[in-house]
Design a protein around this ligand. Structure first.
Ligand code: NAP
Length: 247
């Protein structure tokens, strides 16, 4: 069925930044399809809470590390809504530790979930966006992809890869009126940062010009802007949203 509304596909929408992005687009009248992996109950509750009679929010289990599940996710979104106006590549994981202590599996999993999924999901969605001659893609990178973080070297590499991919693909698809941008969040209060102690979080907040860590909504607002027609002359960029952490 073809949606009368604009349609957004968000990867990793069950918690944290992804959940805030889902809520933001739903509140602005989009039909939303989002993926999750482990948080089934949270995902289904979120979809139920945000769905209205005429506006639908659907949750699809799809492992971002698996190409066949990515294809199925995109197909499900198109079958349900008939189009994809906006793709947000948000699903991500972090692995903290010295590189020499990391297993092959840990390294490949970080690269698969954070970088390869962004590339593979974009490839599938571009096939739809080319036929529409319209689309907005926003990829979630990280400030660590710009500056590098000790004990998160693989994570940093995956997020730097997202920036390079964004720059390259933006040049490839601009002629089809498709904008591709990235956002590099600073420290955002989600499950991903709950491993830090309060003292460490306070110290990180003190490193930001604004003196605080970010909320998931700070990132969702920036995603919404880059996905809007107000940003239609912006492409291939990485917008740092970190409260002034990187100086
Ligand atoms: P989070 O709270 O840990 O949430 C991660 C989300 O990604 C969850 O919805 C999770 O779904 C999903 N996910 C993880 N692995 C997946 C997989 N293999 N397949 C499908 N979905 C998967 O993390 P967050 O802080 O919101 O991070 C969101 C994005 O922002 C990530 O790309 C992260 O690298 C980036 N980021 C975060 C920060 C920060 O400080 N928090 C800073 C910079 C960048 P399930 O729970 O259903 O598995």
């Amino acid at each position: 069925m073809k949606s009368m509304r604009k349609v957004v596909l968000v990867t990793g929408g069950s918690r944290g930044i992804g959940e805030a992005i889902v809520r933001k687009f739903a509140s602005e009248g989009f039909d939303v399809c989002f993926s999750y992996l482990k948080s089934k109950d949270q995902a289904e509750e979120l979809a139920k809470e945000l769905s209205r009679e005429s506006q639908r929010v659907i949750a699809v289990k799809a492992d971002a590390a698996k190409a066949d599940e990515i294809k199925n996710l995109v197909q499900t979104c198109v079958c349900e809504f008939g189009r994809i106006d906006v793709l947000v590549n948000n699903a991500g994981i972090s692995e903290f530790g010295m590189l020499v202590d990391m297993t092959d599996e840990q390294i490949l999993n970080v690269l698969n979930v954070n970088l390869n999924s962004c590339i593979l999901t974009t490839r599938e969605v571009l096939k739809i966006m080319f036929s529409q001659n319209y689309g907005k893609i926003v990829n979630i990178s990280s400030i660590w992809g710009i500056s590098g973080a000790s004990c998160e070297s693989v994570y940093s590499a995956s997020k730097a890869g997202v920036v390079g991919f964004t720059q390259g693909i933006a040049k490839e698809v601009g002629g089809a009126s498709i904008n591709v941008n990235a956002i590099a969040p600073g420290v955002i209060m989600t499950d991903m940062t709950k491993g830090y102690t309060k003292a460490e979080l306070d110290e990180l907040a003190g490193c930001a010009a604004l003196g605080r860590n970010g909320a998931p909504e700070d990132i969702a607002n920036a995603v919404r802007f880059l996905a809007s027609d107000e940003a239609k002359f912006i492409t291939g960029q990485c917008l740092v949203v970190d409260g002034g952490f990187l100086q």
